[in-house]
Design a protein. Structure first.
Length: 456
């Protein structure tokens, strides 16, 4: 069977931990979208692994697949594999030949376009994600499989690179260097192709995954980023360029929707909200210079709110895994979660980080929005309308700081009662049962109520 793990907010919900938790029962873990923009931290045997491309299941000795829906930077891929090897692991990673390759000019153009866009900039990770997906859709991309065939690689580069060079130089007026040099790119990427071939790393992902399922193996489909930054269902244009929602799990893995749909789809929810990047955020607390629209930081915000935001940011370690940028934080946004639950059809929830909110007198939740005098229970389709939504809050009594390691050992009933009330409110509103509750960063600090692979 398959279990699909989907971020239900803005990314950084703790998906890596959930993949890691249920990954024991999985034989293969496949990513279906995104690239090295996806910072995930996995804690295993007391060691912390920070990954951005390699599926987090690979840390636990599972076969890790980068599906056709991914965009792959071979340089990052090999760096991460080499680092894991140096730390004594032997990751088995396969890359879909249909996945698209991130080239150096994609990264350069990502940076240039972000600067040009000003207010419309998404605050990207500048890893070249958007420009690579653009080329995929524009039918001028270079797939991983093309790196294995030098003639095809050269032909593709000769077509596309002059266009990219003209874009950078003539449209944006920038100087270009070796990132736009056909010969340099050809030599470098041909070498990557050789290493991929030597290590037997490329695969026809859909066929491989279906064969494994037919043999009775368990497959986990690991989403990156989150629903509200999905290219179709997110807060466009402040989004990433792929589909983190469960539909992406079919298209981006090569498995049919009937196969993925027979399995489970687990929505990962963080007990509050955090975001790296720009755009509106109705339940935001305080703000972050350069990310919160119109935020100046000099007295514009409410002091109590700023203090609360700093508390949550520090307690939750809300600084980007990849970039180290402080993240914007806010209360849980229920319209955002209802939208996510519908778009992906969650069959279960994993709610993380309730420990971060411990010690507060009161915990608020954006239950609905008020928009032009009406109550909205889900997100409006345009970001402009979303930006005009005012959150209407519900208040919950806070829960105390406790020994979360003990709570994790004792199980769900040991969670402070007020925190359980909060969790059950979320599950009721989303119409999906709680499968797991994260009470700390470690694997053993997650309380498991249900293992989706047990019900096969
Ligand atoms: P890109 O994916 O680098 O193009 O960035 C587009 C938007 O998605 C930006 O707002 C990023 O901050 C956000 N983003 C990309 N990857 C992640 C992630 O793994 N977690 C959270 N936000 C992300």
């Amino acid at each position: 069977m398959t279990v699909t793990i989907v971020g239900s907010q803005l990314g950084d919900e703790g998906k890596g931990g959930v993949v890691d938790l249920y990954g024991d029962a999985a034989d293969v873990v496949a990513r279906y979208q995104g690239g090295d923009n996806a910072g995930h931290t996995v804690v295993y045997d007391g060691d912390k692994y920070k990954l951005s491309l390699v599926p987090s299941g690979a840390v636990r000795g599972k076969v890790g697949i980068l599906g056709n829906g991914c965009v792959v930077n071979p340089e990052t891929l090999f760096e991460e594999i080499d680092t894991l090897r140096e730390r004594g692991l032997d990751p088995d990673i396969r890359v879909a030949e249909r996945a698209h390759t991130i080239l150096p000019y994609h990264r350069v153009l990502d940076g240039i376009e972000e600067d040009e866009k000003e207010d419309l900039a998404a605050g990207t990770t500048k890893r070249g994600i958007g420009p690579t997906y653009e080329d995929k859709m524009g039918r001028r991309g270079i797939r991983i499989g093309d790196l294995l065939d030098p003639e095809v690689l050269r032909e593709r580069l000769e077509y596309v690179v002059p266009q990219k060079k003209a874009l950078a130089e003539d449209v944006f007026g920038k100087e270009t260097g070796e990132a736009f040099d056909i010969e340099h790119l050809y030599e470098t990427y041909k070498d990557y192709g050789e290493r991929l071939a030597e290590e037997g790393m490329t695969v026809d992902a859909g066929t491989y995954l279906q064969d494994r399922i037919d043999e009775g193996d368990n497959v986990m489909l690991e989403g990156a980023q989150g629903t509200s930054i999905d290219i179709d269902h997110g807060i466009y244009p402040y989004v990433t360029s792929s589909n983190p929602t469960a539909g992406g799990a079919c298209v981006g893995s090569g498995l049919g929707p009937t196969v993925v749909g027979q399995g489970e789809v687990i929505g990962v929810v963080k007990a509050y909200l955090s975001r790296v990047g720009t755009g509106p955020l109705p339940t935001e607390l305080g703000g972050v210079e350069g990310q919160t629209p119109e935020y100046t930081g000099d007295g514009a915000g409410d002091e109590d709110e700023e203090e609360l935001a700093t508390y949550i940011r520090d307690e939750g370690g809300e600084y980007g895994t990849v970039t180290g940028r402080p993240r914007r934080v806010g209360w849980l946004d229920m319209p955002m979660l209802r939208h996510a639950a519908r778009a992906s059809g969650f069959t279960g929830l994993a709610i993380n980080h309730i420990d971060v909110l411990a010690g507060l007198d009161e915990v608020e939740v954006g239950h609905a929005y008020e928009f032009e005098g009406e109550e909205l229970l889900t997100m409006p389709p345009t970001t402009e309308k979303w930006g005009r939504c005012e959150a209407t809050f519900r208040s919950f009594d806070g829960w105390p700081e406790v020994d979360w390691a003990d709570v994790a050992e004792d199980g769900y009933e040991a969670i402070p009662e007020n925190a359980r009330t909060y969790l059950e409110y979320v599950a009721d509103e989303l119409g999906a049962p709680i499968y797991a509750v994260g009470v700390g960063p470690g694997r053993e600090e997650t309380i498991v109520l249900e293992n989706p692979y047990d019900g096969e």
